[in-house]
Design a protein around this ligand. Structure first.
Ligand SMILES: NC(=O)c1ccc[n+]([C@@H]2O[C@H](COP(=O)([O-])OP(=O)(O)OC[C@H]3O[C@@H](n4cnc5c(N)ncnc54)[C@H](O)[C@@H]3O)[C@@H](O)[C@H]2O)c1
Length: 247
């Protein structure tokens, strides 16, 4: 119950899916949680659920592709909760286009939200994490950034997050800030639900464990990496995919 006791966590894109699950789990484990995203209505629902169960959370609007939004969100977090210990760069979008049908506009949008969003999160939160002493950043990449299955813009954006994780981890390894990433496989969330049924069914059929993942499967991984239990772990990747990339 107290694995994040005394800590403050900001989770991007936590108005739905895995981010919302992480927000709820982190609050149960004692963290004060800043739920962020682009939908205030959805965000307030997550906040209400957390607070009605005795947790402490608030919603801040944050489009991760906007540096101004990041600066404002980090300032508001400090104002409300006094500090920040944990950042989960979770927000993301997928565009399901092959190389030939990927436009420059599509490529830019996916990169700006997925990889630039994670970069801006790391950069903007870092001074505040350093001020708090010990900090943990968890970037949500994907197995799509590891293998040649998927879509060029999405896969490249997730590969960029893996590389960003390692280089930021090295830069701050001696300053108390750990940076790791999670590479989920197929997880049943609103994003997964929009996949073409046939493609999704093919993927699920190949998962050695015989099922898709649930948001809580990823949230437990994020909890471990966010907590002090992983205090000697930085620059690493946690694959949560039911064994898919092992075969
Ligand atoms: N579901 C899967 O199978 C799967 C697999 C691997 C990785 N992922 C990654 O997990 C993360 C969470 O996705 P999910 O599966 O929970 O789906 P989701 O669609 O429920 O979550 C994505 C969240 O990001 C938010 N978002 C989109 N653009 C944003 C922006 N510009 N600023 C702020 N927030 C924005 C959405 O509103 C949403 O709340 C994403 O980064 C996704 O790429 C998902």
């Amino acid at each position: 119950m107290n694995r994040l006791s005394g800590k403050v966590a900001l989770i991007s894109g936590s108005t739905s899916g895995m981010g919302a699950e992480e927000a709820k789990l982190f609050a149960i484990e004692g963290a004060k949680v800043v739920v962020t995203g682009i939908s205030k209505e959805q965000g307030l629902k997550v906040v209400d659920e957390i607070n009605s169960r005795g947790g402490e959370s608030l919603f801040i609007k944050l489009d991760v592709s906007s540096e101004d939004d990041w600066i404002a969100a980090i300032q508001a977090t400090q104002k409300s909760f006094g500090k920040l210990n944990i950042l989960i760069n979770n927000a993301g979008v997928i565009e399901r286009h092959s190389l030939n049908s990927t436009t420059v506009l599509t490529w830019k949008r996916v990169m700006e939200i997925n990889s630039m969003g994670a970069f801006l999160g790391c950069k903007t939160a870092m001074p505040v994490l350093l001020k708090a002493g010990l900090g943990s950043i968890v970037n949500i990449a994907s197995i799509s950034g590891m293998v040649g299955v998927g879509y060029p813009a999405y896969n490249a954006s997730k590969g960029a997050i893996r590389a960003l994780t390692k280089i930021v981890a090295m830069e701050y390894a001696q300053m108390g800030i750990r940076v790791n990433c999670i590479n989920p496989g197929s997880i049943e969330t609103p994003m997964f639900d929009t996949a073409e049924t046939e493609v999704a069914a093919q993927r699920v059929g190949r998962i050695p464990m015989g099922r898709v993942g649930q948001p809580i499967d990823v949230a437990f991984g994020a909890l471990f990496l966010a907590s002090d239990e992983s205090s000697f772990i930085t620059g690493t990747e946690l694959v949560i995919d039911g064994g898919l990339t092992a075969c």
